[in-house]
Write a protein that binds this ligand. Structure first.
Ligand SMILES: [Zn+2]
Length: 150
């Protein structure tokens, strides 16, 4: 930051521009003479025009893998999910499914032992949930194998 000094057009005294003024990025700055109080404008030697902002349009290249399997993906979300997500879905699906199985079996036994007051809907519903987890797990496993080209 250079301190600019000019002659005051009013009284001829040497006037220094305030550092704050020279620091601002304006083509001119207003200086007040400390002797006679008159204000005048001087060009700012530190002025730099604003750089022209170039807008770059980023082009995203999508790489399509040529998978030998000719079956089209049923849902784009399924095939867009990452390998890691499928691995988590496969593991969690099997774990939850297997953890549920003794519970579901117990529900079926209970339903058959107490036929009158135990609605068959309950074991059927939990069986459906369990099968859903197994289904998710097996679909993720199949998707992972498809990606590996096995
Ligand atoms: Zn002056």
């Amino acid at each position: 930051m250079s301190i600019q000094h000019t002659k005051c057009p009013g009284c001829g005294a040497t006037v220094f521009s305030q550092p704050a003024m020279s620091g601002s990025n304006r083509p001119e700055s207003t200086i007040q003479c400390e002797y006679c109080g008159s204000q005048f404008r001087v060009s700012n030697p530190n002025y730099r025009p604003d750089p022209v902002v170039h807008t770059t349009i980023n082009t995203y290249t999508t790489t399509y893998r040529n998978v030998p399997d000719s079956r089209p993906a049923r849902s784009s979300g399924w095939s867009n999910a990452s390998d890691r997500e499928h691995k988590v879905a496969r593991i969690l699906g099997y774990i939850i499914g297997w953890l549920m199985s003794p519970f579901v079996l117990g529900l079926w036994i209970a339903a058959f032992m107490k036929v009158d007051d135990f609605p068959i809907m309950i074991p059927a519903m939990f069986t459906g949930i369990m099968l859903f987890f197994f289904f998710i797990a097996s679909r993720s496993g199949r998707e992972l194998r498809r990606r590996r080209g096995v």
